[in-house]
Design a protein around this ligand. Structure first.
Ligand code: ARG
Ligand code: GLU
Length: 654
């Protein structure tokens, strides 16, 4: 029985990409457009991406270092997520003006707040530069090192040529398909981006960590910024004389609403996926890395939670750190579970076996065995490196002793002491002594138990420094170089294996793994069944917020004003969030979610945790992205922000 399932699943790998999987390059979208149109899209490839005329790409920007945002007016107004704008909102906040707590709405352009360091990047163009990047490379005569040098030199030349006009131009050359293809991306970067509006956190973060990665969801996860430019509309440093940027294209906002089955697409910058890797890597992720990191983080979160629930001051100090630790912790749980449920390791093993039969006698013969050996050599080292990151580097005292910055305002020593004991015990217990510095092994003998060692480290800065330095040096000088060397070999083998898979499955449509370059994912609005006897509808409403509302639970305590608006009546069916089948990843936060006519219907901000294995394997049954409905944004701007004047510069369509 099990065997037939595996064979069947393995056969599925031979079929073209299944429903709604994939994150496609905008410049090559003409290869997908027939499928998009068959699924309901009413525009053309040129409407999505064009270098000759304004297209949707001109309304999408990379926001800061890892989010997406979109233009929603001809005066440079931007929508992104609340969690993407969070650190900027926080920087403007003080005890007197707590914009995180109370929200912020600039009443006039003069009140819009500058954010030094925040930039947005427009994609000017992207092009296949594989031939130029590999010019001078001779695979028969040159090794990987020589290839890397050539790639580096040629890429540098391409970048220089691409930005020679200045005016904020930036360029990068990115490897796709593990370096089987290279693309040049040319951006224009604007560096005067001001905060215009944000709802109170009790709306923008509604549900907090409790609801994070989950459905039903009711988070008003949006914030509003504006791009400013010089009088010539080109990038300029912050100046009072700057004027709102006039975009080539801005999005119209659809008030028509979403219904199950509606075509949707997400235009944004997913960060990192690994869809084509060897079973050994998936096995490591699902059965070693994820479970071990989850356990370590559970311990840390429990320690933080204990002290946070005892004191409001500690809760404020640690809420941002807690959110950071909890976010990946929760994602990994869904990922490991999803991979196991889909039997991905077995499916991939079977695939590798079939592949090797096909590859016999070709240049690809043996590549999967080679990869298996490389992973077998790398995984124990990589596991040790991950342990260092999750244990040693989670102790703030050791971070400070190593000269890294820890904000004393957000430091509470009892949490750190308890973390030290728990994490150092875990570190010592999980790793062989060959992964530990001499100083640590000596110290363990000297102190006999971790409590006593903790007392010494926290009482004596020399002891803290000596321990921190020895661990740091072992990690950076011993462990990481070995991991990197093996990773380079793995990368090289993956380049061959990727090419081999593309030759083997000639009929399959391959999309490149995500690498924070601009992508289009398309799908449709759809609910899902997370487990037996439960079905989740795809749209959540204000009624659900009121159901969750509880002044005694921090994550669910909404502003009184929202209660009042609701009590006044007529808003029961006000939509809040919706689910769709678009293939997204971290970095897609803030991405515009568009309908069949290319109009804005929502902003992407999350996935459901049962579908987070989509970074490795996509399951159309469980993989859903979560968006805030644009009509909820309009509702909050009006009813809570009383900032209707912002709506005047937007264009609404039915
Ligand atoms: N899970 C989303 C993402 O990966 C939202 C994270 C921010 N929200 C939170 N509650 N931690 O970025
Ligand atoms: N919240 C994520 C982000 O910041 C998006 C969720 C995901 O990983 O899909 O990009």
């Amino acid at each position: 029985m099990r065997k037939t399932v595996i064979i069947l699943l393995s056969l599925l790998a031979f079929l073209p990409v299944r429903a709604d999987e994939g994150m496609w390059l905008p410049a090559l979208i003409s290869q997908r457009i027939a499928d998009m149109q068959a699924k309901g899209f009413r525009l053309t490839a040129e409407d999505i991406y064009s270098v000759n005329q304004a297209s949707l790409k001109d309304a999408v920007v990379l926001f800061g270092s890892g989010c997406t945002a979109e233009l929603v007016s001809d005066e440079g107004l931007l929508f992104t997520n609340h969690h993407c704008g969070y650190s900027f909102i926080q920087k403007h906040s003080s005890v007197e003006y707590d914009y995180l707590k109370d929200g912020f709405w600039a009443l006039t352009r003069n009140e819009e707040l500058p954010n030094p360091g925040l930039t947005v990047k427009f994609l000017e163009r992207m092009e296949d530069v594989t031939a130029q990047v590999l010019k001078g490379y001779n695979p028969k005569k040159m090794d990987e090192e020589a290839r890397l040098n050539i790639v580096r030199k040629n890429s540098e030349k391409l970048r220089e040529a691409a930005v020679k006009d200045g005016n904020g131009l930036k360029a990068s050359v990115e490897a796709l398909y593990y370096g089987n293809q290279y693309f040049l991306f040319v951006f224009r970067e604007y560096r005067d981006v001001r905060l215009v509006g944000a709802p109170p956190s009790s709306i923008g973060k509604f549900g907090g960590e409790t609801d994070n990665w989950m459905w039903p969801r009711h988070t008003g996860d949006f914030s509003i910024f504006r791009i400013y430019a010089g009088k010539d509309n080109l990038p300029a440093d912050y100046s009072e004389d700057n004027v709102p940027y006039r975009p080539k294209k801005s999005l119209k906002i659809s008030l028509a609403g979403v219904r199950e089955g509606d075509f949707t697409f997400v235009y944004g910058c997913p960060g990192s996926t690994r869809e084509y890797v060897h079973s050994a890597e998936v096995d490591y992720i699902a059965n070693v890395s994820d479970p071990e990191k989850i356990a370590l983080r559970t311990t840390r979160l429990d320690i933080m939670k204990k002290y946070m629930s005892q004191s409001q001051a500690v809760r404020i100090q640690y809420s941002s750190k807690y959110a950071g630790v909890a976010n990946a912790w929760k994602k990994w749980q869904g990922e490991a579970k999803g991979i196991r449920k889909m039997n991905t390791v077995a499916v991939k093993r079977r695939f590798e076996k079939d592949f090797e039969e096909w590859a016999r006698g070709t240049q690809y013969e043996g590549i999967t065995g080679q990869l298996a050996n490389l992973y077998a050599a790398r995984n124990p080292l990589y596991r040790a490196a991950e342990y260092y990151n999750e244990t040693v580097r989670s102790i703030e005292k050791l971070q400070m002793a190593s000269g890294r910055k820890v904000d004393p305002k957000d430091y509470y020593q009892p949490i750190d002491e308890e973390t030290f004991v728990a994490m150092m015990k875990a570190f010592d217990g999980a790793l062989d002594d060959s992964y530990k510095p001499e100083y640590f092994i000596e110290g363990r003998k000297k102190y006999a138990d971790m409590e006593r060692w903790k007392d010494a480290v926290f009482a004596d800065s020399l002891e803290a420094k000596a321990l921190a330095t020895s661990l740091d040096e072992f990690y950076t000088k011993n462990l990481i170089p070995q991991v990197n060397a093996l990773n380079r070999s793995i990368n090289l083998a993956n380049r061959t294996y990727m090419k081999a898979q593309m030759d083997y499955l000639r009929d399959k449509d391959f999309y490149p793994d995500a690498n924070l370059t601009l992508r289009v994912a398309y799908g449709h609005v759809e609910g899902y069944s997370p487990s037996d006897a439960i079905y989740y509808k795809p749209v959540s409403t204000l009624k659900g917020i009121i159901e969750k509302d509880d002044p005694d639970i921090f994550d669910y305590n909404i502003p009184q004003e929202l209660r009042d608006v609701y009590a006044a009546g007529g808003h029961d069916s006000q939509p809040v969030c919706f689910l769709a089948t678009n293939h997204t990843s971290g970095g897609n936060s803030g991405s515009p979610v568009l309908n069949a006519d290319g109009n804005l219907i929502g902003i992407n901000f999350d996935r459901v945790w049962e579908g987070t294995m989509s970074d490795i394997v996509f399951d159309p049954e469980f993989c859903r992205n979560i968006s805030i409905d644009v009509r909820y944004i309009v509702f909050i701007i009006k009813e809570i922000g009383h900032a209707d004047y912002l709506l005047d510069e937007m264009t609404f369509v039915q």
